[in-house]
Design a protein around this ligand. Structure first.
Ligand code: SF4
Length: 321
């Protein structure tokens, strides 16, 4: 089975069970992103390819751990040999830290508002980076919103001031104000990700009440002016009711603006619990469109230094998968 095909099928299932030797040191626990607040996830790698799967004892996928990360994945009658990756901090190779684990908004697909996580202090964040130091090559920062978008931005800026001493590339993905790109650039941040989340404004309005789709596009365009083509990213969820044509138009618009789309299969949690995950066939169709549009726009995801396009755990990433 080709890797792209295997990963599309695995992402369509979204989970695995773990058998064999204890695997605690390979389990990543997240306060944001797909699987936030769940019972953990693992990264299974074959060569330089990887996939992140949530742990679920009832999953149709099984990873048999033989010790020291060596593992076999059993799925649809085939056995694939690989290894479990040790997470740096949330994901392999990076300290990806959620500054504030709660949110005042209520995007329908997101579990963060119900988790009510707390805000980390600067000392806690530095402690997390230093604990993972020997395994990381980048720092990525995301955050919910504790009080207001403006107050969150100013706290994240303060955090970043303290992270510059590590001399690692820093990626930031937060809810932006109109000034966020300029302020992050002034602090030496390398890459930014502002998420339009939905392929169309109508879907966004239903899924993310109280947030402004067009403002996100303005902020993304300003970011490309400051950070450069290919240093700006935006998540778009696959499976919120958009058609393939709508997804294609959205991918083309992002890429033609110099923005790399991060196309994320829906993880049906929060208010979308019970919705279907996108099928492997659909993920592969959209992957081909993604590959073509990035190529046409001269964008190369392999050059990403931070965040999800560098990690490539949760999505099919052209040039990586
Ligand atoms: S792809 Fe993004 S959300 Fe998924 S594990 Fe990697 S950094 Fe986290």
């Amino acid at each position: 089975m080709q890797w792209t095909d295997l990963k599309a099928r695995l992402l369509s299932v979204g989970s695995t069970r773990i058998t064999g030797k204890p695997a605690e040191m390979y389990i990543a626990r997240s306060a944001a992103g797909p699987g936030a607040g769940g019972s953990g996830a693992v990264f299974f790698a074959v060569g330089s390819n990887r996939v992140k799967l949530a742990l679920n004892p009832l999953s149709a996928v099984e990873i048999a751990h033989h010790g020291n990360g060596v593992a076999d994945l059993h799925f649809e009658g085939v056995i694939i040999s690989g290894r479990l990756l040790e997470p740096g901090c949330h994901c392999p190779d990076q300290a990806f830290i959620t500054v504030t684990g709660s949110c005042i908004f209520h995007c329908r697909y997101c579990p963060v508002p119900t988790l009510g996580g707390k805000r980390k202090t600067i000392e806690e964040i530095k402690g997390m980076i230093e604990a993972a130091w020997h395994r990381i090559g980048a720092i990525s920062i995301t955050s919910g919103v504790l009080e207001t978008i403006e107050e969150e931005e100013s706290y994240v800026l303060e955090v970043i001031q303290h992270l510059r001493e590590y001399n690692l590339p820093i990626g930031v993905s937060i809810y932006p104000t109109d000034h966020t790109p300029d302020r992050l650039r002034a602090l030496g941040v390398t890459e930014v990700k502002f998420n339009i989340e939905a392929a169309t404004p109508a879907i966004f309005a239903t899924q993310c009440p109280g947030l402004d789709y067009e403002q996100l596009w303005r902020v993304l365009d300003r970011s490309v002016e400051l950070f450069g083509k290919g240093r700006v990213f935006s998540n778009v969820i696959i499976g919120l009711g958009e058609t393939d044509d709508e997804m294609e138009a959205c991918i083309r618009r992002l890429a033609s603006h110099g923005i790399i789309p991060v196309l994320r299969p829906l993880n049906p949690v929060a208010e979308l619990k019970g919705n279907p995950r996108p099928t492997a066939e659909r993920l592969k169709t959209i992957f081909s469109i993604h590959e073509r549009e990035l190529k046409n726009a001269g964008l190369n995801p392999r050059e990403a230094l931070t965040m999800c396009t560098n990690c490539a755990g949760c999505d099919l990433v052209p040039g990586r998968d």
